[in-house]
Design a protein around this ligand. Sequence first.
Ligand code: HEM
Length: 218
Amino acid sequence: MWVHMLFVASILLGKDAMWAVARFFEGYFFFGRSYPAVVSALAATILALLVLHAGIAMRRMPSSYRQWHAFRQHAAALRHTDTRLWRWQVVTGFALFFLASVHLYQMLVHPEAIGPYASSDRVWTGRMWPLYLVLLLAVEIHAGIGLYRLAAKWGWFGAAGSHDSRRRLRRFKTGLTGALLALGLLTLAAYVVIGYQHRDRAGERYVPDAAWLRGGGT
Ligand code: HEM
């Protein structure tokens, strides 16, 4: 997700930069033409991993009112940070079932429509920005807590050692999540602005400014 964020954030470097990143994933710079099916294959793989991950993780979610009630009572009695984080993990994970599927399905069936104008039109004219906003929050919180929990479980960076090392790791995690959320919000704002400015010509594809990049466009 962090690498995905960096690629998507290329829009902050300019439309040509994002255009080049999108074409790169279609093999444009290797084969001299675009193969959007590569993007569909990537989206299908990630969708399969999402389903697998959800299937495995679901077993750990409280499944009845009685289990939820017991969990809430324990959480209230323990007042333990990691227990609270786990609850956030369940809530954001549940939201991701729905939010990520919508986005991945779009990428799967419209792989050719990724680019400075095509993406911005989807975000603004296609009204995807509300979904992306919630998806961004859910995915960054979920990934941050998930990695922190793995570190605590397997003792990475001495996380299993002491309260202090866990607290340090938690602070690092919160900082990282904050930085990625800031980058994500800035990126989303860039797509919203471009999409808004391009609203009357929605559907028109971007042709790069740089002569050496020209020769096709999305
Ligand atoms: C579990 C998998 C994924 C999640 C959770 C996810 C999440 C997101 C989020 C939150 C945004 C908004 C970014 C922002 O607010 O700054 C976004 C945008 C975007 N994502 Fe993904 N993404 C996933 C997989 C993919 C895949 C597989 C592709 C393409 C192969 C892709 C391509 C894009 C593109 C091009 C955008 C820019 C907007 C658009 O074109 O609609 N994503 N994604």
